[in-house]
Ligand binder design. Structure first.
Ligand code: UTP
Length: 291
C-alpha cells in the first residue's frame, strides 16, 4: 500500500498530572520549552514532514491551545502600534502555521480513546499520531523518516528507541526480529506494555510517533477498556499486527520526554544551548555554577 499521509493527530486530552501544580490550569502541551509551547515543536515537525492537516484532540480546560494557534488581535494590534515588527511576525506566524482542527475528548479515557476521537476527521486514510510531550530533535524530522519507511514498506510504522537496561520497563516494547536489509527497521510480531527487564522481548521501546493505517480505528472500537475504563493505543496496534505488517523504526535523532519534569529540564538545557541568541551566554552561566 502506498498512499500519501496528509493528516496528523495530536492527542492532548490527558490530565498531565506529572506536572502538577503547573498543569492545574495550563495544559501540559502549552508548557514552554525555552520560549515555545511543547505542542508547537510537534506541529512544526509535522509540517516539515509534509503533513497538511493537524487534528488536535483536546479536553476540558485545554482552550489555550486553540487560542495559541489563532490570531491574537489585541496582541498583534499592540505590537504593530509599538513598532515591534519582529515580535509581530512571530505572533502572526504561529496563527498561519497549519490547517488545524480540534475534536474534544470528553473524558480522558486513554490514548487509544483519544486517537479514536479523531476517526471522523481522519476518515479512511493512513495518518500520523504525534504525542506532543515527546519533543524530538532530528534532521530530517522524525516523522519524515517514518513516512519514508511507510512509503517504502507499506505498513504501519512505530518510532522506537533502543533501551538497554531497566529503563525499558517504562515503555511498550516490541517483539519480533530486526530487518535483514535495514538495521533501523524491526519486523514486529507483538508488543508487551511496560514489561519487567527480564520479560522484555527486545530492546525496542515505542515512543510517541506513529504512522497507522485506518484499520486501527475499527480495531480500537472493538477493544475492551482496561483498568480505569481506559482504551490503550497499544491494544489497537496489537490487534492490527495480526492482520497487517507493522514495523518498528529506530529514528535518527534525540527524544525528550517533556511531559516529565526531568525530561523537560534536559530539553530546556540542551535546546537553550543550541540557540544562537541564548546559547553562548547560557553556556558561560552553566560553566560558572559550582556543581
Ligand atoms: P500521558 O500519559 O503522557 O499524558 O499521555 P497525561 O495522562 O496527560 O500525563 P500524566 O501521566 O498524568 O502526567 C500521552 C499523551 O496522550 C494524551 C496526553 O494529553 C499526552 O499528550 N492523552 C492521554 C489523551 O489525549 N487522552 C487520554 O485519555 C490520555
Amino acid at each position: 500500500m502506498s498512499q500519501e499521509v496528509r493528516k496528523a493527530v495530536f492527542p492532548a486530552g490527558g490530565l498531565g498530572t506529572r506536572f502538577l501544580p503547573a498543569t492545574k490550569v495550563i495544559p501540559k502541551e502549552m508548557l514552554a520549552l525555552v520560549d515555545k509551547p511543547i505542542i508547537q515543536y510537534g506541529v512544526e515537525e509535522a509540517i516539515a514532514s509534509g503533513i497538511e492537516h493537524i487534528i488536535i484532540v483536546t479536553g476540558r480546560g485545554k482552550g489555550a491551545m486553540e487560542d495559541h494557534f489563532d490570531h491574537s488581535f489585541e496582541l498583534d494590534a499592540t505590537l504593530e502600534r509599538r513598532g515591534k515588527k519582529e515580535l509581530l511576525a512571530v505572533s502572526r506566524s504561529v496563527a498561519s502555521l497549519a490547517r488545524i482542527s480540534y475534536v474534544r475528548q470528553k473524558e480522558p479515557l486513554g490514548l487509544g480513546h483519544a486517537v479514536l476521537c479523531a476517526k471522523e476527521l481522519v476518515g479512511d486514510e493512513a495518518f500520523a499520531v504525534i504525542l506532543p510531550d515527546d519533543v524530538i530533535d532530528a534532521d530530517p524530522p522524525c516523522l519524515k523518516q517514518m513516512l519514508d519507511v511507510f512509503d517504502e514498506r507499506g505498513g504501519s510504522v512505530l518510532a522506537t528507541m533502543t533501551i538497554d537496561g531497566p529503563g525499558i520497563s517504562a515503555y511498550g516494547v516490541l517483539a519480533g526480529s530486526p530487518d535483514p536489509d535495514n538495521e533501523r527497521i524491526y519486523n514486529c510480531t507483538g508488543m508487551v506494555e511496560k514489561p519487567k527487564l527480564a520479560d522484555a522481548p527486545s530492546k525496542q521501546a515505542i515512543i510517541g510517533r506513529y504512522v497507522l493505517t485506518p484499520r486501527v480505528f475499527e480495531l480500537l472500537e472493538e477493544t475492551t477498556p482496561g483498568a480505569g475504563g481506559e482504551i490503550q493505543l497499544t491494544d489497537g496496534i496489537k490487534a492490527l499486527l495480526k492482520e497487517e505488517k507493522v514495523f518498528g523504526y529506530t529514528f535518527e535523532g534525540k527524544r525528550y520526554d517533556a511531559g516529565d519534569k526531568f525530561g523537560m529540564l534536559q530539553a530546556t538545557v540542551e535546546f537553550a544551548l543550541k540557540r544562537s541568541d541564548l546559547g553562548p551566554q547560557f553556556r558561560e552561566y552553566l560553566k560558572g555554577l559550582a556543581l
